[in-house]
Design a protein around this ligand. Structure first.
Ligand code: GTP
Ligand code: SPV
Ligand code: MN
Length: 576
């Protein structure tokens, strides 16, 4: 067994230690090469982990059908294991580190017998960026290795950085993963922020298994960010270029399956395109923001790919996504047409042949594609991908946007009065649950800054950390709140959304540049009448969706106060 593949003793020792526990048949150090990817795919095609899609229409595309009990994040099995329970906060499930290690190590014992242990060095962020951070994921899943290669910067360059930093005493994040038996009763996603380590057992699904993503880049990174004075957030980043050629960068936090990928890849309506407006995609899910010497917040997208929601993606809603996933894409839990093309609800009016479980399609079995079916693809394939996403310095953020999926009350857009008010708006965010996590969907819950499932520490400390950025010399972004999901009495969305959201973005940068007036209301600063119109939104719907019903505000405020009560012990006075 070649156990030693690195010049960094700490890494070799850890791999040896994990191998001694998990007993793999083979160890493979991933170099991130094309040949390695091709060999992984060939192996997965041979053993049925991947199914080849129609190579004429979708070259380099494959389908993975996961275990039907392993299709989403499992928040009830996700733990933050800090020495002090209070540091994890009421927003996390907690277990004492010793207990958690013992529990999960018992599952890892011998779990890789007959399997290959893959060592995946990765870098979150541009490889030469001082804002980027590295980790190593050990996994026994070739599907995870292939997805990590699409989602992060893996391989030789990442390993070289890890070795260089290791020589300077700088640690890498250690993530240990096994699919185990895919038994939901033997499944844990454990985080040890004080040790910069993660142990994930029993799931092969994205957010549970691709450890660079939610586990490292949000739960562990948010913990590090608080100590080091930056922010790790569940946000897309886009650049909005005006006809004058000025680009404003906007970061937006919406909960899982609430529109980040779609907004990040937005194509402006024809009339805007004619004038010269452009949207550039930097990232679609995670944003790391650091205060720069100029007082502004500078952001990088730590990821290198998209793990996007398939259902609802179409030539009308998100043509950029559709163009992105025409080749070299791994689809998970989508349906198939008779000629082996990937298909999902909302794509087009074809009737699929097989559902996500490979059964002949029968509407009686529910949707053909799983509601949380996904595509994994390199960000570079997106037509709107911005070269600035590779900029080691990141991009300066002009506006932060919070948003939730709210059928009622919350208006299309409003602006916070100042930073502290904006933090309060983010901390109060509510949204209806989606299929991105197991459990009931459509239930309104508070999801502060879209970080409820992802903040690696006490929300009270987190809100205080956000407030701390407001200090002398800071040139902070303006803060806004949007809601694309207001419904009318007929249960249909009032606002057309998708490309039409450009009209809201334009109002937002207009506010940043001082071009638009606003009127104050209980919830915040609203657009003046007529400032936002859409040909796809009738006057009465527009009035309903942009307006704010002050009579319902006291009840909402009381509910928010009740929610904040949970964090009382560490809640900053400004939010009390
Ligand atoms: P995660 O990857 O889970 O973090 O999701 P996300 O926030 O990137 O959400 P995404 O953009 O994938 O959208 C999720 C679902 O919401 C898809 O089915 C979209 O079609 C739908 N959606 C996105 N934007 C809009 C919008 O403006 N209006 C409406 N009605 N639906 C939208
Ligand atoms: C989310 O749930 O917010 C996602 C998908 O982006 S996962 O990577 O599974 O977390
Ligand atoms: Mn997400």
């Amino acid at each position: 067994m070649p156990a030693s593949g690195s010049r960094l003793a700490a890494l070799n020792d850890w791999v040896d230690e994990v191998a001694a526990l998990t007993r793999p048949d083979r160890i493979h150090w991933c170099d991130g090469s094309d040949g390695e990817y091709a060999a992984l795919v060939a192996g997965m095609l041979a053993d049925g982990t991947l199914i080849e899609l129609n190579q004429d229409t979708h070259p380099g595309c494959y389908l993975h059908r996961s275990d039907p009990d392993d299709v989403a994040r499992v928040e009830h099995l996700t733990f933050v294991c800090t020495r002090e329970r209070d540091d994890a906060g009421p927003n996390n499930h907690w277990m004492a580190p010793d207990e958690a290690h013992a529990k999960v190590d018992a599952l890892f014992e011998g779990c890789m017998r007959g399997r290959t242990l893959y060592v995946v060095p990765y870098c979150m962020g541009p490889i030469d960026s001082p804002l980027a951070r590295c980790g190593v994921e050990i996994t026994d899943s070739p599907y995870v290795v292939a997805n990590m290669r699409l989602m992060t910067r893996t391989g030789a360059a990442a390993l070289a950085r890890i070795e260089r930093e290791g020589a300077q005493g700088k640690p890498f994040v250690r993530g240990l993963h096994s699919t185990g038996e895919l038994d939901p009763d033997r499944r844990f996603i454990m985080h040890f922020p004080e040790e910069l380590s993660i142990k994930s057992y029993g799931s092969g699904y994205g957010g549970n298994a691709l450890l660079g993503k939610k586990c490292h880049a949000l739960r562990i990174a948010s913990w590090q960010a608080r100590r080091e004075g930056w922010l790790a957030e569940h946000m897309l980043i886009l650049g909005l270029e005006s006809p004058e050629g000025k680009t404003h960068y906007v970061a937006a936090a919406f909960p899982s399956a609430c529109g980040k990928t779609n907004l990040a890849m937005l194509i402006p309506p024809e009339e805007y395109r004619r004038k010269g407006w452009k949207v550039h995609t930097i990232g679609d899910d995670i944003c790391w923001m650091h205060p720069g010497e100029d007082g502004r917040l500078w952001a990088i997208n730590p990821e290198a790919g998209y793990f996007g929601v398939a259902p609802g993606t179409s030539a009308t809603t998100n043509p950029n996504a559709l163009a992105t996933i025409r080749r070299d894409t791994i689809f998970t839990n989508v349906a198939l047409t008779a000629d082996n093309q990937p298909w999902w609800e909302g794509l087009d009016d074809r009737v699929p042949a097989l559902d996500w479980q490979g059964r002949p399609y029968d509407p009686a079995n529910g949707p053909a594609a799983h509601p949380n079916s996904r595509f994994t693809v390199s960000a570079k394939q997106c037509p709107s991908y911005s070269p600035r996403a590779e900029d080691a310095r990141g991009v300066p953020i002009s506006a932060i946007v919070f948003g939730g999926r709210r059928a009622t009350l919350m208006p299309l857009v409003f602006e916070a009065r100042d930073w502290a008010h904006g933090v309060r708006v983010g901390a109060s965010m509510g949204s209806e649950t989606t299929a991105a996590a197991t459990g009931q969907t459509g239930v309104m819950r508070r999801d502060p800054m879209a970080m409820k499932p992802f903040c690696g520490y006490h929300f009270g400390d987190y809100f205080a950390h956000w407030l701390s950025f407001d200090r002398p010399g800071a040139k902070l972004p303006r803060i806004f709140h949007v809601n694309w999901f207001r419904k009318g009495s007929d249960g249909r969305f009032l606002w057309p959304g998708f490309g039409e959201n450009m009209r809201v973005l334009e109002w937002i940068v207009g506010r940043v540049e001082g071009r638009h007036a606003a009127r104050d209301s209980g919830v915040g600063l609203l657009p003046l009448e007529g400032a936002i119109v859409s040909p796809d939104c009738a006057a009465d719907a527009l009035a309903a969706v942009t307006g704010f019903d002050e009579t319902r505000w006291p009840a909402e405020q009381a509910e928010i106060a009740g929610h904040m009560e949970a964090y009382r012990e560490r809640l900053p006075a400004q939010l009390g």
